[in-house]
Each structure stands twice: as C-alpha cells, then as structure tokens.
Design a protein around this ligand. Structure first.
Ligand SMILES: [Zn+2]
Length: 280
C-alpha cells in the first residue's frame, strides 16, 4: 500500500497526487489540504501540502476533519472538489477536500462560510488552566468567565447558553459538537495569550482597560470617596482621589502601585496593535 501521507514524501508540494492501484486495498480515501493556522494541528509531514486520509464508510466531513486532529471550531470553510459544503457533508472517497480556518483572511466571499454570523459581542469562557489570561482579558474590558473548578460540561454549557467563545489549550473540548465558537491558544505564556486573543479576534479597537473587575468579572463604576471610606485604609483615602466599585463583589479599586503595573501591561499590549488599528 502506498502511503502518500508518510514522511519521506515531503517534496510533494503539488496538488496532484498519483493514485496507486494498490489503493484498492483501502476502503476509501480523500485528499486533504489544510490552510494557514490549521496546520498547527497537523504533524509536520502533513503541513501545508495535500495528503491522503483513509476512512471506512461515508463519514461526515466534520468527523473526518476531527479524526485528523483539527477541532471543528477552528474551521470556517470546507471545499469538496471546489464546492463549499457544510459540516454534515458525507465523504464517499476520491474527493479533494480543502479546509480553511476561521480567521483566514483570504477572500472567500462567493463561497459559503460555515459561520456566517460571527459573535458580535466578543465574550469568553476560559478553561481551568487559564486563570491569568482571564484576569488579563477582564483587565482590558472583556467579559470573561473563569473558575478553577469548571468541568468541561460547565464550559460547554456557558459557551452555548451565553454565546461565549471558548478559549482553551485543550483541543478535546473544541471537538464537542455543541461548541460552535472556540479557539485553541497557541501560546502558553498568559501575556502572549492575551496578545494572541486580541490579535486573532481583532479586538484592538474594543479594548477598554479598567472598566471590569479582574477578580469577579463584574462591572466597575466610579464612586466618590465618602461612599467607600469605610472600606479602604486611611492612607489610601488620604492619598487618592478616584475610586471605582465593583458591582459584583463590591471590591474597591484605586490607582495605586498595582494600577501602574497593569497600566504598563495594557500599554505594552496596545503597542503590538497593527497600525492603524482597525475600527469596528
Ligand atoms: Zn468584583
């Protein structure tokens, strides 16, 4: 049996793959080609080139893509023999399947995107390992749910019922059929992840620092000093003029040394914005 997708055929960059007669040994096979960041999910020998994937029966294109290792939430367009299809399309064998990512900037207007309506208000639910990212996203104003005791079912439920984008380092959760909007983070450092999320979802113009509680995700509102006097140390009351109160956990915020450090982080982030920043 000739394995076109085995290492050793790396030189094959062309779209034409010769079918060997010994292919008849295998029930069915399609030629797949994944584009741009979808290659992050593939083994090196399958990256950025067509390869053959075998299967039995007539599986849906969604199941087949996930069997290859790519979560369906990352996919925005599938072409089978040049025609755009939805996830339920059944593969018979011998088709050529091209798979494009959600955030691919290619002009694919005439084709059918799988997700014609992006979530208008970007809000997130993050997995249990991303606590620091959750705090950073709240810091710059994005509604982000996180608890360190969430189980996968909680995350899926919140994603579906509140139309939240799942952010995770766990590909498994993105393969759940209920999850329609999700993103697998490439970076491991929270600061890099923050930059990654803002960049991938093009949120630069929506960044609103210091309007949300980093502890509980509540909204902050300006309050006058007398109304918070009883909750803050005397020195703070003396040295600071402006205070904010969280409408969730009633924490009081002021612009102390902690603020300076976070402000630097926000500034650093915004410096990474493409110029000029896109407006939405
Ligand atoms: Zn709070």
């Amino acid at each position: 049996m000739t394995l076109f997708d085995e290492p050793g055929l790396d030189g094959c960059e062309c779209d034409m793959l010769t079918h060997d007669s010994s292919m008849n040994d295998s029930p069915s096979a399609c030629t797949f080609r994944f584009y741009e960041e979808l290659n992050d999910f593939l083994s090196p020998e399958r990256c950025k080139k067509p390869f053959l994937h075998r299967f039995s029966g007539t599986p849906s294109v969604k199941d087949t893509i996930e069997a290859i290792g790519v979560p369906h939430t990352e996919v925005d367009l599938i072409l089978v023999d040049g025609i755009s299809v939805d996830f339920s399309h059944l593969l018979k064998g011998d088709e050529r399947v091209s798979v494009y990512p959600t955030f691919e900037r290619l002009d694919i207007t005439p084709a059918t995107r799988l997700r014609p309506t992006p979530l208008r208000k970007p809000q997130f639910v993050v997995d249990v390992h991303l606590g620091k990212l959750a705090r950073y996203l709240r810091l710059i104003g994005f509604d982000t749910l996180y608890r360190n005791d969430y189980v996968d079912e909680d995350i899926v439920r919140l994603s579906v019922s509140e139309r939240r984008i799942v952010l995770t380092r766990d590909r498994g959760i993105l393969k759940r059929s209920d999850v329609t909007h999700g993103y697998w983070l490439r970076h491991t450092s929270p600061r890099e992840q923050l930059k990654e999320v803002v960049g991938v979802f093009d949120l630069w113009a929506r960044v609103q620092p210091f309007c949300r509680c980093i502890e509980c995700n509540g909204n902050l509102r300006r309050v006058d000093r007398p109304s918070v006097l009883e909750r803050i140390p005397l020195g703070i009351a003396r040295d600071f003029q402006e205070f904010s109160l969280c409408d969730g956990c009633e924490r009081v915020y002021w612009r102390g040394s902690h603020y300076e450090r976070l402000a630097r982080l926000v500034q650093e982030l915004l410096q990474a914005a493409p110029s000029p920043p896109s407006r939405k």
